[in-house]
Ligand binder design. Sequence first.
Ligand SMILES: [Zn+2]
Length: 155
Amino acid sequence: MEYEDKDEQELSDEEIKEMREGFDKDIWPEMKITLKGMSKKDACFVSFVAGCDLTRKAQEEEFNEAREKLSKMSDKEIEEVIKKGSEGELWSEGNYLENVNPNDSNHEERMKYFHEKDDDKKEHSCKKCNKPIGKHNLYWHEEMCNDCFFDDKGM
Ligand SMILES: [Zn+2]
């Protein structure tokens, strides 16, 4: 996690070196002409605008690439991508789910109790503390009541 955050916020020495080389070669020769005779403040502002412009262009390129990729995919492949995305959301919502496995013979039955419902009769009992639990906990919380399950997962 810490690594990812760092990765997003800071440029590595290598990246800065690459940027510097690109700047010297491609950007500076043209910019030098534009900046000639400007006040320092104006020159900084023009550089700032140029930087924003480069970022925007890079984002546009990324977007176009993604769009081209999508245009080459079949409907089925696109569906897969969307499905993957929404499953990811479920995970990140902190539902603490086991993997959803459509090939599980119990899959349909399990999906009925995917969301905890008020009318879920507590006809089962927690395998740890014996407290009555419903089918939601039976299928999705490893046969444990919420307390034991979250305790078990260290949450
Ligand atoms: Zn329990």
